[in-house]
Design a protein around this ligand. Structure first.
Ligand SMILES: Nc1ncnc2c1ncn2[C@@H]1O[C@H](COP(=O)(O)OP(=O)(O)OP(=O)(O)O)[C@@H](O)[C@H]1O
Length: 255
C-alpha cells in the first residue's frame, strides 16, 4: 500500500476543470516533485490533498484511509503537514510561538489543565517549547526566534514555516515552492534541508519551479499540464519526455 494515493481526482471551478482525472501515489519516505507550467493545477492538487479545497470527485487516501471530505485540521492530524507558496506565519507572533503552534497538536492537556495551570499543563508546555527549539535548530534558523516572525528575512521565514510543519510530526510533508525567492546559497541549504527531512523517514511532495533543485532532489517527478498528468517517472526520463518539453515550450510561447 502506498503512503498517499490520489486517484482520478477532479476539481472544478465553475466552468474550469482545474484538476482533470489526476492519479499519482507517494511511497513511504519518497521525495516526489510535482511540476508543470503556471496554472497547471499543482497548488490546487495540494489544496485538495490537505482539505483546503474539496475535490469534485476521485479518491484520496493516506495509508488506505480516506482523506476526501476531511477538514484541513483533520488531514493534518492524520499526518500530512504543508507549507504555503505565500508564507502563512502569524506575523505578530514570535517565531518560537509559531512553531509551538505546530507542536501543540501533540499536547495532551484539557481546558481545565490550561485554566488551572496544573503540573501536567506546565510539563506539556515545557515539552512544546523544547520541541519548537529542536525544530528551529533542525531547519538551521539563524534569526531571532523570540522576535516577531514578520521581522525575519524572507529565506528564514521559509525555514520557520518548515519548522512549524515538522513540529506536527508528519509522515508526509507538502512543500509549495520552498525555493521561491531564495538566493543560490539559500537554495543549496534548502536542498540539504529537504534531504535531512527525508532522512527522518518523512515523505516529501514538492511543488517547485527551480528545475535544478527538482532534478537534484527528486526520486520521481509528476508533470501536470492543464490539470492532467502528462508524465510520471525518474527525473532523467521526465526531462527527456517529448510531451513535457512540448508543454513547457508551449507555455513559453504563450507567455
Ligand atoms: N480559488 C480558485 N478559484 C478559481 N479558479 C482557481 C482557484 N484556484 C486556482 N484556480 C485556477 O485553477 C487553475 C490551476 O491553478 P493552480 O494555482 O492550482 O496552478 P499551479 O500549477 O499551482 O500554478 P502556479 O505554478 O502558477 O502556482 C488555474 O487556471 C487557476 O486560475
Amino acid at each position: 500500500m502506498s503512503l498517499l494515493e490520489v486517484e482520478d481526482l477532479r476539481l472544478r471551478f465553475g466552468g474550469l476543470l482545474a484538476i482533470d482525472g489526476l492519479s499519482f501515489s507517494v511511497e513511504e519516505g519518497e521525495i516526489v516533485s510535482v511540476i508543470g507550467p503556471n496554472g497547471a493545477g499543482k497548488t490546487s492538487a495540494f489544496n485538495c490533498v490537505t482539505g483546503f479545497y474539496r475535490a469534485s470527485s476521485g479518491r484520496l487516501a493516506l495509508r488506505g484511509e480516506n482523506l476526501l471530505g476531511l477538514r484541513p485540521s483533520a488531514v493534518a492530524a492524520r499526518g500530512i503537514a504543508r507549507t504555503f507558496q505565500n508564507l502563512r506565519l502569524f506575523g505578530e507572533l514570535s517565531v518560537l510561538d509559531n512553531v509551538r503552534a505546530g507542536a501543540h497538536l501533540w499536547l495532551r492537556q484539557g481546558i481545565l489543565d490550561a485554566l488551572l495551570h496544573t503540573p501536567r499543563y506546565r510539563r506539556s508546555e515545557r515539552e512544546c517549547t523544547e520541541q519548537a527549539h529542536h525544530w528551529l535548530d533542525f531547519v538551521g534558523l539563524r534569526g531571532d526566534r523570540y522576535g516577531a516572525a514578520r521581522n525575519l528575512p524572507y529565506g528564514e521565514q521559509r525555514r520557520a514555516e518548515i519548522a512549524r510543519a515538522l513540529a506536527r510530526r508528519p509522515d508526509l510533508l507538502l512543500l509549495d515552492e520552498p525555493a521561491a525567492g531564495l538566493n543560490q546559497g539559500e537554495k543549496a541549504e534548502m536542498l540539504d534541508l529537504i534531504r535531512r527531512v527525508q532522512g527522518l523517514g518523512i515523505a516529501i511532495v514538492l511543488i517547485e519551479h527551480d528545475m535544478g533543485l527538482v532534478m537534484d532532489v527528486s526520486e520521481r517527478v509528476v508533470v501536470l499540464n492543464f490539470g492532467q498528468k502528462i508524465a510520471d517517472g525518474r527525473p532523467d526520463d521526465v526531462r527527456k519526455d517529448p510531451a513535457v518539453i512540448a508543454a513547457y515550450l508551449g507555455s513559453e510561447a504563450h507567455a
